[in-house]
Design a protein around this ligand. Structure first.
Ligand SMILES: Cc1cc2nc3c(=O)[nH]c(=O)nc-3n(C[C@H](O)[C@H](O)[C@H](O)COP(=O)(O)OP(=O)(O)OC[C@H]3O[C@@H](n4cnc5c(N)ncnc54)[C@H](O)[C@@H]3O)c2cc1C
Length: 374
């Protein structure tokens, strides 16, 4: 049997882009994934004709033209612009913090008035500290933005996200709280953003066209564990600690639980993303998936809608690992594993699980496009 050039474990963006680039260079790849589908976390499930982001809402954004041109060469992207809404006990605010938010919060109509209000509240918080450094996230946020925005848009939302009180969270989590003194609800500062037309599965299908792929195939419980029999090199996108059989212990993660429901109406909340910033609701956000890809009348042409409530949760074995916990202990452990990884010749560790690093989609793509060894 002729060996593959690469066995790629994981068909998420890292694995799929790697396979695509390798194929362009005449290399033969086999991609395996333990899930019943390809695409990793960008995979979408079709429900009622709507692409439902099964592993959490994914909005593509970048300022890197090479990355943008590359993904658009596989599938064109639409003009979706992320402009989330915050719901605090029924009061609605635009995000990110901008002139619309300040108008909704205080009735101020000019940047001058908004600045004055924020400065007044920041000064109050600084006075209370009486010259000492902020000791926790609550004190830090209060000196950065003042009490009103903190109370309605940050405090309880952050507590739901982390499962801890803001007074018990370290100050360094919030380094800056940018405000925009213009009426601009576009969440991202990047030059380009959007969603692949037809959904993310089209992007993955395009990337993996002509590449051998196997789903429902777990690297650790299949013949591919002896990968040298099948390929000259291994590209590993699974969890870093698992590759080394957890020899130093397990890396910790935060996860998100999704409750997805089909609603018998065409338009449930009028926006793709609504953040629930009060503790009254146990979930952090509701995503209404159709708004990523349907605009104007199209929303009503599709009579039903699908929403997902997101609950931020502590990670336990068997759950989906989503966000690395970058505290001292986990950073130290990850570093130990990375040292082991460096010694594995012929193995490339790549992507969010294998690097134990939070990556947005565009930086993952950029990283693979810049890999010299393919
Ligand atoms: C909730 C959430 C929301 C996000 N939203 C955004 C967003 O809006 N915008 C943005 O730019 N980025 C977003 N991201 C980041 C984005 O998901 C990542 O950049 C992207 O998924 C990274 O791709 P990857 O290939 O590294 O990992 P993944 O997509 O996770 O792929 C890894 C693959 O490896 C497979 N695998 C693992 N172990 C094995 C094994 N033993 N055998 C076989 N296969 C295995 C997994 O099944 C998976 O398919 C979000 C991430 C999360 C968690």
């Amino acid at each position: 049997m002729n060996k593959y050039d690469y066995l790629i474990v994981g068909s998420g963006l890292f694995g799929a882009i790697f396979a695509n680039r390798a194929k362009q260079k005449g290399k033969k790849c086999l991609v395996i994934d333990k899930r019943p589908h390809l695409g990793g976390n960008v995979y979408c499930e079709k429900i009622e004709g709507i692409n439902v982001h099964k592993y959490g809402a994914h909005i593509f954004h970048t300022s890197n033209k090479e990355v943008w041109d590359f993904v658009n060469s596989i599938v064109p992207f639409n003009r979706y612009t992320n402009s989330p809404i915050a719901n605090y006990k029924g009061e609605l605010y635009n995000l990110p913090f901008n002139m619309n938010t300040f108008y909704q919060m205080w009735g101020v109509t000019t940047p001058e008035e908004a600045k004055a209000k924020i400065e007044e509240q920041k000064a109050e918080a600084a006075k209370r500290l009486n010259g000492r450094e902020p000791q926790n996230l609550e004190e830090q946020a209060l000196v950065l933005i003042g009490k009103d925005i903190f109370k309605k848009l940050i405090k309880e939302y952050t507590e739901k996200q982390w499962g801890r009180k803001c007074t018990e969270l370290p100050a360094f989590i919030i380094k800056r709280l940018p405000v925009r003194m213009v009426f601009d609800n576009n969440y991202f500062n990047d030059k380009y953003q959007g969603i692949p037309i037809g959904g993310y599965n089209k992007l993955i299908e395009g990337l993996l066209e002509g590449v051998d792929c196997l789903t429902d195939t777990d690297f650790f419980n299949s013949e591919y564990r002896d990968w040298q029999k099948y390929a000259n090199k291994l590209v590993y996108c699974g969890p870093l600690d698992q590759y080394f059989d957890y020899k130093y212990g397990k890396l910790n993660w935060r996860t998100v639980r999704f409750e997805t429901e089909t609603k018998d109406c065409p338009n449930y909340q009028g926006n793709a993303v609504v953040n629930y910033t009060s503790r009254e609701e146990p979930y952090t956000r509701i995503i209404e998936h159709k708004h990523f890809e349907m605009f104007g009348q199209e929303v009503y042409d599709c009579p039903k809608t699908v929403i997902s409530k997101e609950y931020s949760s502590e990670y336990k074995d068997g759950m989906e690992p989503y966000y690395p916990v970058n505290d001292e202990q986990n950073n130290f452990l990850a570093e130990q594993y990375r040292k082991l990884a460096e010694q594995e010749s012929d193995v490339i560790f790549g992507g969010r699980l294998a690097e134990y690093k939070y990556y947005d989609m565009a930086p993952v793509i950029e990283k693979v496009l810049n890999l010299k060894m393919i």
